[in-house]
Ligand binder design. Structure first.
Ligand SMILES: NC(=O)c1ccc[n+]([C@@H]2O[C@H](COP(=O)([O-])OP(=O)(O)OC[C@H]3O[C@@H](n4cnc5c(N)ncnc54)[C@H](O)[C@@H]3O)[C@@H](O)[C@H]2O)c1
Length: 350
């Protein structure tokens, strides 16, 4: 199969690219290499046969048009995005450009390409927009998001992703482009950008800095190991129904404070502090994120019932695997660690 992956030098995209290339697929990886894209994520497959990297902006219509026609993909996994909620508070413009306009440009390029295909090839083409559970807004103490939960995005990031989902759906309804939308919960695993919450916990623990916990750490998220997200995306690309949405989750709802404590406890065991004290002593409550959604929870019944997909790792297996990777790959997060600042307090100039 020929997979066109956007954002394949980022956290989730690179996990998808590594997996697809190793499985013998042809892959065109389109990535602009923003602050979040890093060639180290794909170094191990960079010279593999059947793999091509194109440094380009998904909002560049000419480059996207050419990429589709030249590569002739069977499947598009669209992951390129501005993805950091805190950054979307400080500077929403890039989120509009990439997540909304970029998705439009990509859908349009896909449509022109798809129309040029013979009917049997057309039928098998798939365009997956990889989205987030954040489009659904925030939950109270109970309930969960299903595929029919109305969209109520709260952050500029979530609103831009919701727009991309709506465009994706419209291109299917109006133009018959075979699209599918996936809405996944929080991912964790190797090569996550050092700014994000989990790498920050591990980094600050190991460099003996305060570990910041927004608010009182009561916000709840569902967590999924990144390779399980990739297996869900491939399952959906292969067997998902055109025009549908699929929620993807890890059956692992945890508060931010419990999550940080879990990671600290794993570090206590795998890499005890020199003074023998628990890493949890470094946890510090800090000013909350403006508009911080209280709780996300995914009802992933549909993907299990219709496609038989379930996560392969439990929360505790995944967390241990992730912590071990960050311990074994310290250059990933040590480089530039001193320049990482708290973002998204809403008081930056745009
Ligand atoms: N990380 C999560 O927990 C999570 C959960 C659910 C859904 N998602 C979605 O999955 C996708 C990937 O998330 P991630 O965490 O891997 O993000 P990431 O920030 O790690 O990677 C994004 C990648 O997209 C590239 N990119 C950004 N703008 C681009 C542009 N204009 N043109 C081409 N490339 C561009 C970046 O260089 C980077 O390599 C996003 O669409 C995100 O909304 C993420």
């Amino acid at each position: 199969m020929k997979y066109l992956v956007t954002g394949g030098a980022g956290f989730i995209g690179s996990a998808a690219v590594r997996h697809l290339v190793k499985a013998g697929h042809h892959v065109l990886n389109i990535d602009k290499l923003t602050y979040a894209g890093d060639p180290r994520t794909i170094a191990e497959i960079a010279n593999a046969p059947g793999y091509t990297f194109l440094r380009a902006d998904i909002a560049d219509a000419e480059a996207m048009g050419r990429a589709f026609m030249d590569f002739a993909p069977d499947v598009v996994l669209h992951l390129a995005a501005e993805s950091h909620v805190d950054r979307s508070i400080d500077g929403p413009g890039a989120f509009i450009d990439t997540n909304i306009r970029g998705t439009f440009v990509l859908l349009d390029a896909a449509l022109q390409y798809w129309k040029s295909l013979p009917p049997e090839t057309r039928e098998n083409f798939r365009f997956l927009t990889v989205s987030t559970d954040e489009v659904y807004g925030s939950l109270g103490a109970s309930g969960s998001f299903s595929e029919t939960t109305p969209y109520q995005p709260n952050s500029p990031y979530a609103a831009s992703k919701a727009s991309a989902d709506h465009l994706t759906r419209a291109w299917c309804e109006t133009f018959d482009l075979p699209t599918i939308i996936t809405n996944c919960s929080n991912n964790y695993g190797p090569f996550q950008n050092a700014e994000k919450f989990l790498p920050t916990i591990i980094r600050n623990a190991l460099i003996d800095q305060p570990i910041p916990i927004y608010g009182r750490g009561e916000n709840v998220r569902d967590w999924l190991y990144v390779d399980d997200h990739v297996s869900a995306l491939i399952t959906i690309a292969e067997r998902g129904k055109v025009g549908e949405k699929y929620n993807v989750g890890g059956n692992a709802e945890v508060s931010n404070l419990d999550l940080a404590n879990t990671i600290c406890a794993i570090l206590d065991e795998m890499r005890p502090r020199a003074d023998g004290k628990p890493y949890a002593e470094q946890l510090r409550f800090t000013k909350d994120r403006p508009g911080h959604d209280f709780r996300y929870a995914i009802d992933a019944t549909k993907i299990k019932a219709d496609l038989g997909w379930e996560p392969s790792l439990t929360f505790s297996q995944g967390m241990r695997k992730m912590v071990k990777w960050y311990l074994d790959n310290q250059s990933w997060w040590r480089e530039g660690a001193e320049n990482i600042k708290r973002l998204g307090l809403g008081d930056e100039k745009q």
